[in-house]
Design a protein around this ligand. Structure first.
Ligand code: APR
Length: 232
């Protein structure tokens, strides 16, 4: 086994593409069919809650039709077998890393399977449709919203992520376009603290130039290969 590196991994929509979850940018991406400002901002939620809730209801319902792929499973294997420090940070709101079995996992942009009370801030597991006005199981206010970090809101777990990046020996980015901050800046933070950097992506991303190495191809092939090389 390679010397016990301290590893931080960032994943984006590309890792779930081969499972049948739509990415955001590019042909057929979610942001081709919807304007970000209409469904993914606090203003949109205030202006047209029906539309915003329906958008996430549809995506939540789609989770029942998709399964983790070889890339999710490889990262879960790495989580189980890696003896050193490891943190998997995902921008994805699907539950495919969870279902594959990753444990050292943080969802920085929220989760489809969670509801957030806009009043008391309590998060509740949520599997069903979530109409606007649904009462919070904790405080009973009719204020439950999708537990999704909208543009203009603070991503979750940033203190933990920053601390992990400052300690990382290796930062690996998988299936993300590098278009959205703060995640797009993680490679620079990791480099600043001396980490080696590797990108695994279908094509060159906006951040490719910041990585010491970029391997291009589908995550379902590249990730198992990388994990195998690390564990052997
Ligand atoms: N394997 C690897 N990479 C892939 C694959 C695949 N099979 N399919 C697509 N990709 C790559 C694309 O080339 C692209 O670079 O995945 C990336 C997906 O980019 P985006 O759609 O922009 O998704 P992501 O980077 O996760 O978006 C970041 O933007 O709108 C927000 O909050 C949303 O978390 C999301 C954030």
């Amino acid at each position: 086994m390679t010397e016990l590196l301290n590893i931080v991994i960032l994943t984006g929509a590309g890792i779930s593409a081969e499972s049948g979850v739509a990415t955001f940018r590019g042909p057929g991406g979610l942001w081709e069919g919807h304007r970000v400002e209409d469904v993914c901002t606090p203003q949109a939620l205030a202006h047209d809650p029906e539309l915003v809730h329906r958008f996430y209801d549809e995506r939540r319902a789609n989770l029942a039709k998709v399964e983790p792929n070889a890339a999710h499973r490889a990262l879960a294997r790495l989580d189980a077998e890696w003896q050193g420090e490891l943190l998997l940070v995902t921008q994805n709101v699907d539950d495919l890393h969870d279902r594959a079995g990753s444990k050292r996992l943080l969802h920085m942009h929220g989760e489809l399977k969670s509801a957030l009370c806009a009043l008391c801030g309590v998060q509740s597991e949520w599997a069903d449709p979530l109409p606007p006005g649904t009462p919070c199981p904790s405080c009973d206010a009719p204020a439950l919203r999708p537990d999704i970090v909208f543009f203009g809101e603070m991503p979750y777990h940033m203190e933990t992520i920053d601390a992990a990046l400052s300690q990382a020996d290796l930062f690996v980015s998988i299936g993300t376009s590098g278009a959205v901050y703060p995640a797009a800046g993680f490679v620079r933070t990791a480099r600043h603290h001396g980490a080696d950097t590797l990108e695994l992506n279908l094509d060159r991303s906006e951040g490719s130039g910041w990585f010491a190495e970029s391997r291009l191809g589908p995550a379902g092939t590249l990730v198992p290969h990388w994990v195998e090389s690390l564990l052997s």
